[in-house]
Design a protein around this ligand. Structure first.
Ligand SMILES: [Zn+2]
Ligand SMILES: [Zn+2]
Length: 177
């Protein structure tokens, strides 16, 4: 999805005297596709970007903050995560058919048109900022393997010593005797 409001025309910088330009955005929930499954925006994304033209490249420096809602890796309950990220990218406009997805060996993002898609750039920053293991609390107790009870909220009657689901069936049989 391309959000046109989030496109920076790098050619603008060619006509600027000081060759540096600042862009500020506030992106409300619903106007931005995070591109990460199970993660939602809770607060608008506030982003500020400064683009400077260097010799043949553009330096894109920015700062963004927002709040996300995502499931805990252990208990699956939704919890908030504050993001407060600064980022710095070097962009090179080339004739090749490429996009912003990958940095090359010299650390440049190559784009084929002199239009910077902030949507993609922000998606990448956000994706990178989300921890690979997100917990609602440091010592989250998770879900019972047997009955699925959220152990942060209540205890269940399952015997915590045997969590082997193959044994759970047998145990149920004996308990009913
Ligand atoms: Zn949890
Ligand atoms: Zn249980």
């Amino acid at each position: 999805m391309v959000n046109n409001l989030l496109t920076i025309d790098l050619m603008e910088l060619e006509t600027e005297k000081n060759l540096t330009k600042k862009y500020d955005y506030t992106l409300p929930e619903g106007s931005f596709n995070l591109g990460v499954p199970n993660v939602d925006l809770v607060e608008p994304i506030v982003v500020s970007v400064v683009v400077s033209k260097e010799e043949q490249t553009y330096l894109v420096e920015g700062y963004m903050r927002t709040q996300l809602k995502l499931p805990c890796d252990r208990c699956l309950s939704l919890d908030k995560l504050e993001l407060d990220e600064s980022f710095k990218k070097k962009v090179l406009v080339t004739d090749e058919q490429v996009d912003l997805k990958e940095e090359d060996a010299e650390g440049f993002y190559r784009i084929s048109v002199a239009r910077l898609q902030l949507q993609e750039l922000l998606q990448e920053v956000i994706e990178f900022a989300i921890p690979s293991k997100f917990l609602c609390q440091k010592d989250c107790l998770g879900l019972c393997n047997n009955c699925g009870t959220n152990l942060n909220e209540s205890q269940c009657d399952c015997d915590k010593e045997s969590i082997d689901p193959r044994l759970a069936v047998l145990k149920k049989f004996y308990n009913e005797e």
